[in-house]
Design a protein around this ligand. Sequence first.
Ligand code: ADP
Ligand code: MG
Length: 607
Amino acid sequence: MAGPRHILVLSDQVISQIAAGEVVDRPASVVKELIENALDAGATQIDIEVTDGGRQVIAVADNGCGMGPDDALLSIERHATSKIRDVADIERIQTLGFRGEALAAIAAVAHFTLTTRPAAALAGTEVTLAGGKLLEVKEAGCPAGTRIQVRRLFFNVPARRKFLRSDQTELAHIRQVLVVYALAHPAVGLRLVVDGREVYRLAAGATLPDRLREVLGAELARLLRPVSFQGEEVTVTGGAGLPAAARQDRSGQYVFINGRPAGAPVLSHALSEAYRTLLPPGRYPPVFLFLTMDPALVDVNVHPTKKEVRFRHPGQVRDALIAALRGALQPPAPAPGGPGGGEAARPAPAAETQRLLITDLPDRRAFSYPRLPMIPPAAGADGAEPADRKLTTPGMEGQRPDVPSGPPPDSRPAPWSWCRVLGQVGGLYVVLETEDGLVLMDPHAAHERVLYEQFMRQVLARQVRSQGLLAPESVELMPREVAVINEHRDVLRQMGFGLAEFGGAAFIVDALPACLGNASARSVLAAVAETLQRGGARGGAEHWAEEAVAQAACKAAVKARDTLRLDEIEKLVVALAGTEMPYTCPHGRPTIIFMSFDELNRKFGRA
Ligand code: ADP
Ligand code: MG
């Protein structure tokens, strides 16, 4: 891209309009700037060498377009760049750099040697500086491409040297930079040598899945779902982590905009929105998202290191991202070790109150029973109504599907095509066998997921059925709860709650959403009030109040029930398999933990 264009010094007028600021504050930022330059130069191989955490030596060599002698000398001037000529160019920028400051800034605070040669030139050029002073320019024999060596970083800026951390820490930052660009450009070969030892060698010409596996390890790669979404203005591709891969910080989240690693507040909002019903607060899924859009729709001239960008239409980006993630997270089938993935994310140990009694569990040897097909093949070949399967609420007999037009019966297969209930362990967890392996199901979490989706479908279709209570209940609430219930009365009415004020802090509840069955009005209303109070400040989602009510109501409804029969458990399993997001409850706890036969075989040494 820098190819045929030559370097020019930008005019003062252009300079004044470029986001200014320091770009070199630690070894990793030097590595970042040099990698970006190499990529802009069209390199397919980049070799990085550091010693002493980058304090002594940072060298970056590439096989890109190289520079002739004039450009080599100009490149170290401030505001000298081949990538833009005027401000309007930034609007259609395709390169990572454009400010023309990095080389000058680095050369000013180190001993700096630039060796470079365009492939077509016979001789190369070597330029040496120290502390920004030009020491020597000479012809040099060198490979085509560019090598920049930075020694004794900050030798003349003790204040900044003082802020450097241990070698380990500086190295960790450097590796992080490398990982980011390795993922952004899987086809580019990258090598990192630390103190003479090779720590990364990533082959050129790799595909993204290969690169992900190579950089992140097979374990994490297995917990990623492919993302592929084409929006009106934005295309989103990459990978989205299953809940089981979530971490306590955002360190596993990578977002690239037109190949540029960058963040924007709207991106993190969209991420938490997309995962809201999949993960509890404070857990962050790993994601690798590549957003592609017309460069004119992104402003990259916001932050000197271009860490943050601004979108012309943030709403579109947000919607595209949410749609992309939701699409990716409704998985076709549990990949081996998939949902709940073996070692990851365990549910909290069952509390005493969470015990569940299955009254007529079979006392029979598992192997003596044929495999029962519990779910008709996804196409519904044997005549079973797929919509029916989706809407049957287990444990709520006599209640037929309320919404005739659920989502269109899709071709998405359930997480298993057959399955049988083997038993129960720990007084709570249900043990299932499927064609792929062993499943442990938390029936409370599963029931909650099923109820929640059924409830939300009714809400979105504006067809919530209300069920009158034979004996209206009077419910006392705290003053703040009363206030929040009153504030959201319309929503509650729409959702099937029959409420009358009874003076003071009491309500008379004479109807509840029908799908909650015979839950206690008190527990449902208290849970709803609590959620509304907590969520009141959250903006953004159109249906947040409804969703909050649905979540809280389901939670309360499920708690109220502590006995299920085997056939009810079977219905629950079927209903769970038909949900949109069968792997977690609406609060993000796992509903099932899956262990594939492959995994079992490996654990038993039968690989
Ligand atoms: P910017 O990347 O913002 O243009 P830099 O100071 O990083 O500014 O680089 C200045 C110029 O030097 C670039 O515009 C480019 O023309 C040239 N340059 C820098 N690094 C390389 C490289 N590795 N290969 C070829 N040209 C380079
Ligand atoms: Mg640059």
